[in-house]
Design a protein around this ligand. Structure first.
Ligand SMILES: Nc1ncnc2c1ncn2[C@@H]1O[C@H](COP(=O)(O)OP(=O)(O)OP(=O)(O)O)[C@@H](O)[C@H]1O
Ligand SMILES: [Mg+2]
Length: 235
C-alpha cells in the first residue's frame, strides 16, 4: 500500500476545473514532486489533500484511509502537514512562538522542548533567531520557519508548496538540501515546484499541465523528458 494514494481527483471552482482526473501514488520514504507551470493546478491538489477545498471527484487516501470529508486540522492529525505557498508565518510572533503554536501534541512522541530542538538542529539559522519576530526574518529564513512549523506536526507526509519561490539559487539549494535531510529522518515528502532543479532530490513525480497529468515517472524519466527539457531547462 502506498502512503498517499490519489485516484481520479478533480477540483473545481464554480464551473472552472483546475484539476481533472489526476491520479498518483506516493510511496513511503519518497520525495515525490509535482511539477507544473503557473495555473497548472498544483496548489489546488495540495489544498484538496489538506481539506482546504472539497474535491469535486475522486479519492484521496492516506495509509489506505479515505480522507474525504475531513477538515484541515483532522488531516493534520492524520499525519499530513502542509507548508503553504507564500510561507505564511505569524509576523508578530517570535520564531519560538511560531513553532510552539504548531506543536501537535497528539502526534508528538516527545516534549515541546525536544521538538523545538529538532527543528533548530535542522535549521541553525533559526536557532540564532529564536526571539526574533517572524515578520522580520529574511525570505529564506521565513521559508525555513514555515518548514519548521510543518515539522512541529510530526507528519508522515510533509507537503511543500513552492518552497524555492523567490529565493536565490544558493538558498533554494539549501532548502532542498534540508528536505533531503528531513527525508533521511523518516518523513515522506510531496514537493510542489516550478523549479526543475528540485528533480535532483526527487525519487519520482508527475508533470502537470492544465490540471492533468502530462507525464509520470521516476526522476530519470522526468529529467529526460522533452517536456521538462523544453519547459523547465530551456534546452
Ligand atoms: N479560489 C479560487 N477560485 C477560483 N479559481 C481558482 C481559485 N484557486 C485557483 N483557481 C484557479 O485554478 C487554476 C489552478 O490554480 P492553482 O493555484 O492550483 O495553480 P498552481 O499550479 O498552484 O499555480 P502557481 O504556480 O501559479 O501557484 C488557475 O486557473 C486558478 O486561477
Ligand atoms: Mg500554486
Amino acid at each position: 500500500m502506498s502512503l498517499l494514494e490519489i485516484h481520479d481527483l478533480s477540483v473545481a471552482y464554480g464551473d472552472l476545473y483546475a484539476v481533472r482526473g489526476v491520479s498518483f501514488a506516493v510511496e513511503e520514504g519518497a520525495v515525490f514532486v509535482l511539477l507544473g507551470a503557473n495555473g497548472a493546478g498544483k496548489t489546488s491538489i495540495l489544498r484538496a489533500i489538506s481539506g482546504l477545498v472539497a474535491a469535486r471527484g475522486g479519492r484521496i487516501a492516506l495509509d489506505g484511509r479515505d480522507l474525504a470529508g475531513l477538515v484541515p486540522n483532522q488531516v493534520a492529525r492524520a499525519g499530513i502537514a502542509h507548508v503553504p505557498e507564500g510561507r505564511r508565518v505569524f509576523p508578530t510572533l517570535t520564531v519560538d512562538d511560531n513553532l510552539s503554536v504548531s506543536f501537535l501534541k497528539e502526534r508528538s512522541k516527545d516534549t515541546l522542548g525536544a521538538a523545538l530542538d529538532a527543528v533548530y538542529q535542522l535549521f541553525p539559522r533559526l536557532a540564532e533567531r529564536r526571539k526574533q519576530l517572524g515578520g522580520t526574518l529574511s525570505g529564506g529564513e521565513q521559508q525555513m520557519l514555515a518548514i519548521g512549523r510543518g515539522l512541529m506536526n510530526f507528519p508522515k507526509l510533509l507537503m511543500l508548496d513552492e518552497p524555492s519561490l523567490g529565493l536565490s539559487p544558493v538558498l533554494s539549494e539549501l532548502v532542498f538540501e534540508r528536505l533531503t535531510a528531513i527525508r533521511q529522518l523518516g518523513t515522506t515528502i510531496l514537493l510542489v515546484e516550478q523549479n526543475a532543479t528540485c528533480l535532483d532530490l526527487a525519487t519520482g513525480g508527475i508533470i502537470l499541465a492544465n490540471g492533468r497529468v502530462a507525464l509520470a515517472g521516476d526522476r530519470t524519466r522526468l529529467e529526460d523528458s522533452e517536456f521538462v527539457r523544453r519547459a523547465y531547462l530551456g534546452v
